[in-house]
Ligand binder design. Structure first.
Ligand code: ATP
Ligand code: MG
Length: 351
């Protein structure tokens, strides 16, 4: 049974339509990430599932039950917000147990759940401290503790790590994934950070302007983006999206599936799939070189457009150097320039 289902969900405020035809399922025990740029409707979708907003039309099910118009307390979910929503005058233990007190859970049961959650989260030595006496990561753990002691199987998280520095974010996201798997939680996790999404998700829902652009596993989004937007949103540095200028058109025309005019295509190629060639290849000129340690990022001018490639380690290239580029046809993603949608794969071979 799917833990959470959204069917044809729309949400408008006045004449502004924030969500259009949102359809997805999140299976029991799955970690599903809602990903997309600022304003695309991620938080609105999560708030609809939590019951903090009501849909304009469509239906939301949790555990097989229609909850579209039920208040949050009747939905049996926990939610972790970006700002943690901790009470500054309560200590860690009181903050963690706050929801249980409100739900009149017995004191011995509260104690048991608190000990268990504090042990899992490494907070046992901090139970008497106030939030102001904690680091950002510890505060985040307190907020997670609340979700754990609630012992509900569905947990919703809205950008829970955005207040933390990069290293702590990485640690915390591994911790969240570990806990989610260990406690077999069904989790919907909102982020605008594609690296976060790729590393923790079972499934990603990529959103744009209030609609779902693509729904799939991290591998599917990376290997087979359904739109040019999905191609350029997933991956770092982003996929190059090229317009077919003459040199590319010539190569494309013999390999395109029948009936497709090369002029109406966009060509997507990931920076890590572009090779520097000693002999044959397309001529480009280096514009900038950024050494990142394991890789070097090379931004080039290629005809009338920019193209970025990554190479392993360090290179001797500098701005102004000419170079030849090539890539395998397998690595090309073709999109329809008029609507950004993916076109069929081309014939194999080298380009
Ligand atoms: N209560 C509201 N009234 C009117 N418009 C709203 C309301 N809440 C959100 N919106 C609008 O709905 C759109 C989606 O907002 P939402 O908060 O879901 O975006 P988001 O994807 O979470 O963005 P971010 O990454 O910036 O948090 C935005 O254009 C926002 O301005
Ligand atoms: Mg948001």
């Amino acid at each position: 049974m799917s833990a959470i289902i959204l069917k044809n969900v729309d949400k408008s405020w006045g004449r502004f339509q924030a969500l259009t035809q949102i359809n997805f399922k999140c299976e029991q025990g799955q970690l599903l990430v809602l990903l997309g740029p600022s304003g695309c409707g991620k938080s609105t979708t999560l708030r609809l599932i939590a019951g903090l907003e009501t849909p304009t039309s469509g239906r939301i099910e949790i555990g097989g039950k229609d909850v579209s118009y039920l208040p949050p307390v009747k939905r049996n979910i926990s939610m972790v917000f970006q700002n943690y929503a901790l009470f500054p005058h309560l200590n860690v233990a009181e903050n963690i147990l706050f929801g249980l007190k409100a739900r009149k859970v017995s004191l011995p049961e509260q104690k048991k759940r608190l000990e268990n959650a504090a042990g899992l989260l490494g907070l046992s030595d901090f139970l008497d401290r106030k939030p102001a006496q904690l680091s950002g990561g510890q505060r985040q753990r307190v907020a997670l503790g609340r979700a754990i002691v609630a012992q509900v199987s569905v947990c919703l998280m809205d950008e829970p790590l955005s207040n933390l520095d990069a290293k702590l974010r990485q640690e915390m996201r591994q911790e969240i994934r570990f806990l989610q798997q260990r406690l077999k939680m069904t989790m919907i996790y909102v982020t605008h950070d594609q690296v976060e999404a790729m590393t923790i998700a079972d499934k990603i829902i990529l959103m744009k302007d209030g609609h779902i652009e693509q729904h799939g596993t991290p591998e599917a989004l990376y290997n087979r983006p359904e739109t040019a937007f999905a191609g350029s949103f997933i991956g770092n540095p982003p996929m190059n999206i090229l317009t077919p200028e003459p040199v590319l058109m010539e190569m494309l025309s013999s390999r395109l599936p029948g009936g497709i005019n090369p002029e109406s295509c966009q060509i997507g190629i990931r920076p890590e799939n572009i090779k520097i060639s000693e002999d044959q290849g397309m001529e480009a000129r280096v514009e900038t070189v950024e050494y990142l340690g394991a890789d070097t990022l090379i931004a080039c001018r290629f005809g009338q457009q920019n193209i970025t490639l990554t190479v392993k380690g360090k290179t001797g290239l500098t701005a102004g150097d000419p170079l030849k580029l090539r890539w395998e046809a397998d690595h090309i993603h073709l999109f329809d320039a008029s609507n950004g949608r993916r076109l069929e794969n081309m014939e194999r071979g080298n380009l």
